[in-house]
Design a protein around this ligand. Structure first.
Ligand code: AMP
Ligand code: MG
Length: 490
């Protein structure tokens, strides 16, 4: 890259990961791709990072996003990690992603810049290290939607086509996603350190995570316990937020759980339509391990793997270390439940705690499940004060429930208007509905028409707007004989 362009684009990179012990990464230069071309650029994100969108749109910009040019300060590396995949422990590592380093923003914050689909790495196993355009655009759309919903997530800066084909069930256009994250430290990174590292490697990793994500915990009496508690607190809040909007991650392996508390790795994820806790979209999740209703429990299971990995740091005496770990995990369930309940109250316009709230909420969910009610649109109808738009309108149980809810609302000191506002800001009207996402991807991948995706992204950027012109994004798909299916690692 010409120096002039680097200055214009605003790249200000430093890779602090290289200061961890060498077992945690493999440095390498990405193999160049044939002809990089920018497909999508996230201009507001670029600006927040201190990058110049216009300069990024140049051919030099696309060359950086494809891994063909390495900006100054970047030190590309593939991260090593392990993970429980569907419960089975494996050595993994980034098989198709390179961390360029952290972009230091004008405000002094650091964000990982990662190229996903940039080619083979020492951790690729049998894979080609590449990614297809459709799944990278899908990650772009859904991570943007999550961000606009106010849910912590990695973000997508750009998708760049490579001019090369990747071969899956079919020949597909190749692409690289430029991913931005607080970091790419995973529960699996700690599992890797615990299994393959020395004691000082584990400690170096924990210190790095503390300093990067939990600086306030650094001063705690037991700083590693404070680290574990910090991760638990953020994950309990995160997974509650997923449940509240009906997001199904789809592949909650321990390598896909971030220490920062951000949602990471958009593979077979999708939003639930009809409310049913057993909803699964992923084609490979035959047992329903990662079903919607299992996500909170899987979160605890993954966090227990983190706790196990750092046991030697929690206390020199193993029994006491185990006790501390168990106490922290027990707190996860309380925190999760508290987050979820207060979120559900907000969805119903309730400001304060009443003992009967659990049964009021359960009552609604039970009806939704029984009638196959759309999760988002049911809350949207209640928010719009249009109970007649719910599928169970006119049934005896709903009339009774509605009356109870209205009485409950009447008992709180806040005004009706305040309750309405609370509901509007807690119930998204627009989510990335599966048929809308597919339609946008089809137009982009098959016809190089990005206008459908752009319109969808615009609607997804304001999920709580309740704007009339967004109504088309609230409608359900035409019923199909086939359930919606999602795929991993494509
Ligand atoms: P994921 O399901 O995306 O979390 O991927 C699981 C692991 O497989 C990660 O370590 C990925 O880097 C790796 N992986 C996924 N797809 C590929 C690919 N096409 N080539 C090489 N490695 C891959
Ligand atoms: Mg992954």
């Amino acid at each position: 890259m010409t120096e002039q362009n680097a200055i214009q684009a605003g790249w200000n990179l430093d890779n602090s990961y290289t200061r961890l012990p060498a077992i945690f990464y493999a440095k390498l230069t990405p193999p160049p791709v044939r002809s990089p071309k920018l497909a999508v650029l996230n201009a507001p994100l670029a600006a927040a990072l201190g990058l110049d969108a216009e300069a990024l749109r140049s051919s030099d910009g696309a060359a950086v996003f494809a891994g063909n040019r390495i900006p100054e300060g970047a030190e590309p590396l593939a991260q090593a990690y392990a993970g429980h995949q569907f419960g089975h422990f494996t050595m993994l590592g980034d098989g198709r992603a390179l961390l360029l380093g952290e972009q230091i923003t004008p405000g002094g914050e650091r964000f990982d810049i990662q190229l996903k689909g940039s080619g083979r790495t020492p951790y690729s196993r049998g894979g080609d290290g590449r990614a297809a355009l459709g799944p990278m655009l899908r990650e772009y759309i859904i991570s943007e939607a999550m961000h606009a919903l106010g849910i912590p997530t990695t973000c997508s800066l750009a998708v760049t086509t490579t001019g090369e084909s990747v071969f899956r069930e079919a020949e597909l256009p190749g692409a690289v996603l430029t991913r931005v994250a607080a970091s790419h430290l995973r529960v699996g990174t700690f599992q890797y350190a615990a299994n393959w590292g020395k004691a000082e490697d584990l400690k170096a990793l924990a210190d790095y995570a503390l300093q990067k994500h939990y600086p306030e915990a650094d001063a705690a009496e037991n700083r590693y316990l404070a680290l574990l508690q910090g991760v638990i607190k953020r994950q309990a809040a995160l997974i509650a937020q997923w449940q509240l909007v009906g997001f199904i991650h789809g592949v909650m392996n321990t390598d896909n759980m971030a220490i920062s508390g951000e949602t990471i790795d958009y593979g077979p994820c999708a939003f639930m339509d009809a409310y049913n806790p057993s909803t699964v979209f992923s084609s490979i999740d035959a047992q329903g391990r990662y079903a919607y209703g299992n996500q909170p429990r899987i979160g605890a299971w993954n966090l227990a793997r983190l706790a196990e990995s750092i046991l030697p740091l929690l206390h020199a005496d193993e029994d006491q270390a185990v006790q501390l770990a168990e106490g922290a995990i027990a707190e996860y369930f309380e925190l999760y439940q508290r987050n979820w309940l207060s979120g559900m109250r907000a969805k119903l316009g309730l400001f304060h705690v009443e003992e009967q709230d659990d049964s009021l909420i359960e009552g609604l969910l039970t009806m939704m499940q029984k009638h196959g009610a759309d999760y988002t649109n049911t809350f949207r109808a209640l928010t719009l004060e249009k109970p007649e738009d719910t599928v169970f309108y006119g049934t005896e149980p709903f009339s009774r429930w509605y009356e109870q809810w209205q009485e409950r609302l009447g008992r709180q000191p806040e005004s009706q208007d305040d309750a309405r506002q609370l509901m509007r800001s807690s119930n998204p009207a627009v989510i990335p509905r599966n048929h809308r996402v597919e339609e946008a991807l089809d137009a982009a991948v098959m016809h190089e028409d990005y206008s459908v995706m752009e319109r969808l992204l615009e609607a997804l950027a304001n999920p709580y707007a309740y704007a009339a012109e967004q109504a088309e994004y609230c409608s359900l798909p035409v019923p199909s004989a086939y359930p919606y299916r999602t795929y991993c690692g494509t």
